[in-house]
Structure formats: C-alpha cells, structure tokens
Design a protein around this ligand. Structure first.
Ligand code: ATP
Ligand code: MG
Length: 269
C-alpha cells in the first residue's frame, strides 16, 4: 500500500504541440485535503480531469506523467479499470450541477439508480439509502426532495444532490472543481461546511478547486497555486494568505482583500 492516497508526478497536458499543463507534482494523504487555486485558464481543471481520466477531446497527458492512486498507476488503466476507479474510488463534482442531472427524472430516482449500479442494492433499499444520503447532505425534508425534479431545486440544493451522488459509492477521494463558485456567498459557505463535515465523518480526502484562496483556506490543509499551467507556490493556506512568496500569489491575495472589503461594504450599505 502506498503512503499517499494520490501521488501525481510530472503531470503534463498538451493539445497537439501546445503544452497546457507542465510538470505538476502534487500529493494527497489519506483523508487529507488539497486546494488548487489560480486564475481562469491556469490548468486547474485539466489537472483534475487527468486524475479522473476524462481529459477533453484533443488533449492528452505527456509521456512522463505519473498518476498513482492508492498504489495503482492510473496511466495503465483500460476502460474497465477506469470504471472501477472513477465514480467508485474517486468521486467528482463540478460547477453547474444542473447540467449533470437528467431534467426529466426525479433527483431521488437518479441517486437510487447510481446506488443500484455502484452498490448492488435492490430497488427499495436504494430508495431508502438515497433518502438517508439526502438527509446526510443537510437537505431538509429528504423524502420530499427525493420526489422532486432538478428544476424544482435551488442551486445549493442541486449541488448537495450532486455531492450525494458523488459520494454514493463511498469513494476515498472527492474532487470538487469549482463546485461552489456559481453559488451565492452564504450557500457557498454552507456547501463548504458540508464538505468539511463529510471529511470529518467519513475520512474522505478532498481536492478542492477554486479561484478563491480564502475558500480553500476554510477547508484545506494544503494549497497549490497554479499559473499558466505550472504550480508557482504551495504551502499551508493560512501561511500563503499571510505571506505569499510569489508575485502572482500576492496579486491573488490583494485582489481578494479588495474584493472582501467591497463585499463587506456592500453588506452594510
Ligand atoms: N480541449 C482543449 N483544447 C485546447 N486547449 C484547451 C482544451 N481544454 C482546455 N484548454 C486550454 O487549457 C488551459 C487550461 O484550461 P483549464 O480548463 O484547466 O483551466 P482552469 O484553470 O480550470 O480555468 P477556469 O478557472 O476557467 O475553470 C486553458 O488555456 C484552456 O484554454
Ligand atoms: Mg476549470
């Protein structure tokens, strides 16, 4: 058994001869949490998608890339190997939860179907487990939510449904790529609390991607800062926030401080 749950070494992603991600090294402990921050286009999602084996068409990992999850080299997996890892051992949630759900099927049935496939539960047991998971996600009236269609739920509720689906196979690692970015500040904080709570209760490890260093600081033990496809800084989020070493990180921290002040003012006008 390898020491780290996830160990990524020299990750590169290219589109033809353009290098989009270069030489990324990162690691996540069992039950640990890593934040990835950086401006739009810095390579955060391509890094996550590499770990999930779902790179967009036209992009690929370079030959020196090494991604080892719980002792398994993911680069060597075939289709069936991936299906035993993605969704089961590594769950994922993305921005825009609405687009990942079928609009014409109740959210409860969608979760129950995933449970039946992933855990082999029968119809009734899957329904009961789905309601239980909705309750654990902090959804009030979980039995009522079970019967609702995606359009009947708010963005925050939909994201909780997606998190329930992502963790339904009891994964060891959850990758949340901008999962709270589209939510308003209060709902974002609630969903972050939920993720922190899940970590505490289940020992789930977390990779959390955000534009916002302060968001990462709330939930993660370690952060890497990406810019133009490379990691420019890494450390404990509080240290990085307090004393950023790289010019770019300083800009991120300053921008957040300014934005934070405006948000504060806005709340009191
Ligand atoms: N299929 C593709 N073909 C070519 N270039 C791509 C492709 N997908 C992404 N890129 C480029 O790779 C770079 C990194 O993209 P990525 O989606 O990882 O950024 P990101 O840090 O997640 O940004 P955001 O914060 O906007 O989500 C960007 O410049 C993007 O334009
Ligand atoms: Mg992205």
């Amino acid at each position: 058994m390898s020491e780290k749950l996830l160990q990524v070494r020299n990750l590169t992603v290219h589109a033809d001869d353009v290098l989009l991600v270069r030489g990324v090294d990162l690691a996540v402990d069992r039950g640990g949490s890593l934040g990835i921050v950086g401006e739009s286009g810095s390579g955060k999602s391509l890094t996550c998608r590499s770990v999930l084996g779902i790179l967009p068409q036209g992009t690929a990992n370079g030959p020196g890339t090494e991604i080892v999850f719980d002792g398994t080299d993911l680069g060597g997996l075939d289709r069936s190997g991936w299906s035993a890892v993605r969704g089961s051992r590594i769950g994922a949630v993305f921005q825009d939860p609405g687009s990942y759900l079928n609009p014409s099927i109740t959210v409860g049935r969608q979760l129950a179907e995933v449970l039946r496939v992933r855990t082999g539960l029968g119809r009734r047991a899957a329904r009961e487990r789905a309601v239980e998971l909705f309750a654990q996600m902090g959804l009030r009236d979980p039995a009522g939510v079970h019967r609702q269609y995606p359009f009947e739920l708010s963005g925050g509720m939909l994201q909780r449904v997606l998190i329930a689906i992502a963790i339904s196979g009891d994964p060891d690692l959850l990758i949340a790529d901008e999962a709270t970015t589209a939510l308003d500040v209060t709902v974002q904080a609630e969903v972050l609390d939920l993720l922190a709570d899940l970590r505490g209760r289940t020992g789930l490890a977390l990779v959390l991607v955000s534009h916002d260093l302060a968001v990462v600081a709330q939930v993660c033990d370690e952060v890497v800062v990406m810019r133009e496809g490379v990691i420019v800084e890494r450390g404990r989020p509080d240290d990085v926030l307090r004393d950023p070493q790289h010019d770019y990180t300083r800009l991120l921290v300053d921008a957040h401080a300014r934005y934070g002040v405006e948000r504060f003012r806005g709340a009191h006008v």
